[in-house]
Design a binder for this molecule. Structure first.
Ligand code: TRP
Length: 347
């Protein structure tokens, strides 16, 4: 039976375990979308290589991220989880889209400009074409919508332009994918900057309760407050920003805020309440996560199952693109290769 729901594709680069900002910013949203949309969730491992290649960490990072996704509610029975590098059509389509994209256009992408500035090295052509590969990820499945945060909007804009240009040049093929902007605000990290794995200020989904306590106890609060009896500020205070998200009772948070503002509660007590709230919120997720990680071959089977399903769609799109661009396929070789016995998953 064909699925008539709107198809969405989104993904993360497997840079390591996910943190609580990923959970409330994206994973809870993706989990809800599974009820209403046909979902593809991409493990964008090729994209990791644009800024860092550490082969010894890549596979563990993929497992950690996948365990977090599943623990947060991504359901392989209802959504398709795809490992990008295993499907050559992602790279092939990106190469073809590269023919429709000017270098000047890519040099104007703000994420490229930022990253190029931060790198000590000359940026690679892989970094420049990062959004072309992302465009291929989306259009390969003819996704109609892409749930992303604001930082990704320039990439979705490129995907839309590429779909339009392809359709005009070679005939109607791709829907113009729409960004579904994730509304959740970014969470502050323990140092009050935005939570980010590479800043070392993240509370991880997989942290133990003791690690969570330690991180919360070392959090920044109100820098102007020296004693518990000083009136404190709750705006811009990361402890209160996290309490608002993770404390189960908003009336209690309001009460705590007014005591804090009046200088009637100390930072330590507020932090203890936050650590307890976080540990309670995350406990069932942490249990599921540990359970998944204790069975790594099942994790890989889940990834393999989704990837196989996706590959069939990817192959059809690429055949269509080859035809429209006037390229040939070697169908006989395809058949021969298909008849060959294979080893295990991803051998
Ligand atoms: N660039 C995205 C990020 O860093 C990850 C990604 C790769 C992606 N391919 C995608 C997101 C396709 C949406 C659609 O978050």
């Amino acid at each position: 039976m064909t699925d008539t729901r709107t198809r969405i594709l989104t993904g993360h680069r497997p840079t390591g375990p996910r943190h609580i900002g990923h959970l409330v910013g994206t994973l809870e949203n993706w989990t809800r979308l599974q009820d209403t949309h046909e979902c593809f969730f991409l493990v964008a491992d090729l994209h990791v290589l644009t800024t860092n290649y550490r082969p010894e960490h890549l596979q563990d990072n993929i497992r950690q991220m996948l365990a977090d996704w599943l623990a947060a509610g991504i359901d392989p029975q209802r959504a398709t989880i795809v490992l990008q590098s295993v499907i050559p059509e992602h790279s092939q389509l990106a190469l073809l889209f590269g023919m429709l994209t000017t270098v000047a256009r890519l040099e104007r992408v703000p994420t490229y400009k930022d990253q190029a500035r931060e790198l000590n090295l000359q940026p690679s052509s892989g970094l420049l074409t990062y959004p072309v590969l992302q465009t291929a990820d989306i259009l390969l499945y003819k996704a109609q919508a892409v749930p992303v945060g604001e930082d990704q909007l320039p990439h979705i804009e490129l995907a839309r332009e590429t779909a339009r240009r392809f359709n005009q040049t070679f005939g109607e093929t791709f829907p113009e994918p729409e960004a579904l902007l994730t509304k959740a605000a970014r969470l502050p990290g323990t140092d009050s900057r935005t939570m980010h794995t590479s800043y070392g200020n993240a509370i991880l989904l997989g942290d133990t309760p003791a690690e969570t306590n330690r991180k919360v106890m070392s959090m920044y609060t109100d820098p102007t407050r020296l004693r518990a009896t000083d009136p404190g500020h709750v705006e811009g205070n990361p402890v209160f920003a996290l309490l608002e998200v993770f404390h189960p009772h908003s009336e209690d948070v309001e009460e705590l805020k007014s005591r804090y503002t009046a200088g009637r509660v100390g930072d330590v007590e507020v932090k203890r309440i936050l650590a307890a709230s976080l540990n309670k919120y995350l406990a069932p997720l942490r249990e599921r996560r540990a359970d998944h990680l204790s069975r790594p071959s099942e994790l890989m089977e889940i990834l393999y199952g989704g990837t196989q399903h996706a590959r069939q769609i990817a192959r059809l799109t690429l055949e269509e693109v080859y035809d429209k661009m006037g390229l040939l396929h070697d169908r006989r070789l395809d058949e021969q290769l298909r008849g060959r016995p294979t080893g295990g998953a991803f051998c």
